[in-house]
Structures are given as C-alpha cells and as structure tokens.
Design a protein around this ligand. Structure first.
Ligand SMILES: [Zn+2]
Length: 88
C-alpha cells in the first residue's frame, strides 16, 4: 500500500531517531570509574574475573540481573512516555 514518499521518509526518520535515543540512553548508563571490589547493593565480593570483564562494575551478577530486569521494565514504560520524562 502506497503512503507516498514523504510519509515513508518521515517514518524512517522517526525510526532512526528512536535508535539514536536508545543508544544514547544505554551509553549514559554505562558504569563509570573503577570497578568495585564489593557489590554496591548486597556487599558481596565481586569476582576478579567479573571486574576484569566489566569495567566499572558496580554490583554482583545476581544484583546485576535484578537491575537489568528493572531497566527493561523501565525502558518499556519510558518508550511510551514523553521526551520530558528523560530529563531527570
Ligand atoms: Zn549484589
């Protein structure tokens, strides 16, 4: 079904913008600074291998999984929200 070339271009622009937003959001959430020796959340030791593998790691595997789940839920919610909701 033809929607006209202008409409198709607009949709593509919107998709590109959405991807760029997502990449920027992920980049802004990358851990910063040195890796921690103990989990920020539950205080259990973080294995050296994990600290090497994840620069700036803040928490243990168990807590990271919880955070990832929270993040996924938040991203799904935020996708429907307005741009203003990202200005925290
Ligand atoms: Zn932990």
């Amino acid at each position: 079904m033809a929607t006209g070339w202008a409409g198709d271009g607009a949709v593509q622009d919107q998709i590109d913008a959405t991807i760029k937003d997502a990449i920027q959001r992920v980049r802004s959430q990358l851990p910063q600074g040195p890796s921690l020796s103990h989990c920020e959340d539950c205080d259990s030791p973080i294995p050296e291998a994990r600290r090497q593998a994840v620069p700036g790691v803040r928490c243990c595997v168990a807590c990271q999984e919880l955070r990832d789940q929270d993040q996924a839920a938040f991203s799904g919610y935020n996708r429907r929200g307005s741009k203003d909701s990202q200005l925290r």
